[in-house]
Design a protein around this ligand. Structure first.
Ligand code: PLP
Length: 371
């Protein structure tokens, strides 16, 4: 069994994709071909924002908006400790200092109370200046933007949404990637909306920000790419990846529905057996991952081994909280108990839109027998 069976999805889109790629190979406009403008427009429509600037990866989609902020080492940007490394790495790459915040045990997402506590700590301490916050839509569930937006406004912080996993999720019908001043997403092959390589996109409603991001992602261009008015980067989504995304976006809404059906079936079968994930009222997840919590690391190891023996792959996202990552060893030490506990007890199960009921019965049967 595969953790994320991309073959089944490929079989479904192959005909249309072959046609699209045939056209790309005829045009030979591998950078900035017309498919790139087309996918940007469709993504803007999908999320309901004014501007989409595509780029070369989800990490770049986080770094470029931070470059626009011209961060100094003394600028604090608040990041949940329980997430993929890039959510914190981007702050350091852009010249700022990440300050790690704890998460909510039920939703796995940034805990607004911990955020406010950490902001107050930084203010009291006086060494750093609070500048921004990067909530992460972990496993596909949008972060608590109802509360986080209020806190960001109260302290004058910019809000950068890491929607690398959350693309396709909603709060009160509003789409993920549209909750921040800028939203960033990734099209890495394992994400809900994915291409066949690296890719990413930035989303914003602000005209000035859009201009700045457009400039920064192509060598700080001004009127054209040989009029370089600031130091930028080279980070573009290529035409082949845009063509892949156009085919996949056409079936994406249906795939998010299918992922929700898969998640519901897991929860029906596993409720009371292990701790199943929580989706708060008004929220919808795009289920980048289906992640359960276990009693202990020993229990997790036992279950992972039992599943592996039957050819069922599982993953631990993430084994180390960011405040304990080697790369951040020089930052001030922090104790973030929920993030630390989750790293020792979470386990993600196979998840993709085409997982069958029989496969899920098989997986859940093994779990029930071995808890
Ligand atoms: C995947 C991911 C990223 C980085 O995206 P890439 O396209 O791999 O650079 C950033 N944040 C989170 C939460 C992710 O899951």
């Amino acid at each position: 069994m595969q953790f994320n069976d991309l073959h089944r999805q490929h079989d479904r889109i192959q005909e249309g994709l072959d046609r699209r790629l045939g056209k790309v190979f005829q045009d030979m406009h591998f950078i900035s071909g017309e498919e790139v403008a087309e996918i940007e427009e469709k993504l803007a429509d999908y999320v309901g924002v004014k501007h989409v600037i595509s780029c070369a990866s989800g990490t770049d989609a986080l770094v470029i908006p931070l470059l626009a902020k011209q961060l100094k080492k003394t600028d604090a940007v608040f990041v949940p400790a329980f997430t993929f490394f890039a959510s914190g790495e981007c702050v350091a790459s852009a010249g700022g200092t990440p300050v790690f915040v704890d998460v909510d045990e039920e939703t796995f997402n940034l805990d607004p109370d911990s955020l406010e506590e950490k902001i107050e700590e930084v203010l009291k301490d006086g060494e750093l200046e609070p500048k921004g916050v990067i909530p992460v839509d972990l496993y596909g569930l949008p972060a608590d933007f109802r509360r986080i937006r209020k806190i960001a406004d109260k302290y004058g912080l910019f809000l950068l949404e890491d929607a690398a996993q959350g693309f396709g999720g909603t709060i009160d019908g509003r789409k993920a990637a549209g909750f921040g001043d800028v939203g960033a997403t990734s099209f890495f092959p394992s994400k809900p909306l994915a291409c066949y390589g690296d890719g990413g996109a930035m989303f914003t409603n602000d005209d000035e920000t859009a201009k700045l991001l457009t400039s920064l992602h192509v060598h700080g261009k001004g009127k054209n790419k040989y009029d370089n008015i600031r130091i930028g980067v080279n980070s573009r989504l290529d035409t082949i990846q845009a063509a892949v995304l156009l085919e996949k976006l056409a079936v994406f809404d249906e795939e998010v529905d299918l992922r929700n059906a898969v998640a519901d079936r897991y929860t029906e079968r596993l409720r009371g057996v292990v701790k199943t994930p929580t989706v708060p009222e008004g929220f919808r997840s795009s289920w980048a991952q289906y992640t359960v919590r276990l009693e202990s690391t020993e229990q997790r190891t036992r279950l992972q081994e039992a599943l592996k023996a039957q050819d069922v792959p599982t993953m631990v996202y993430y084994p180390i909280p960011l405040h304990q990552a080697g790369a951040f060893r020089d930052l001030r030490p922090a104790v973030l108990p929920v993030s630390e506990k989750l790293c020792g007890t979470v386990m993600s199960l196979p998840m993709h839109p085409y997982l069958t009921e029989e496969e899920q019965d098989f997986i859940c049967g093994i779990i029930k027998k071995n808890v």
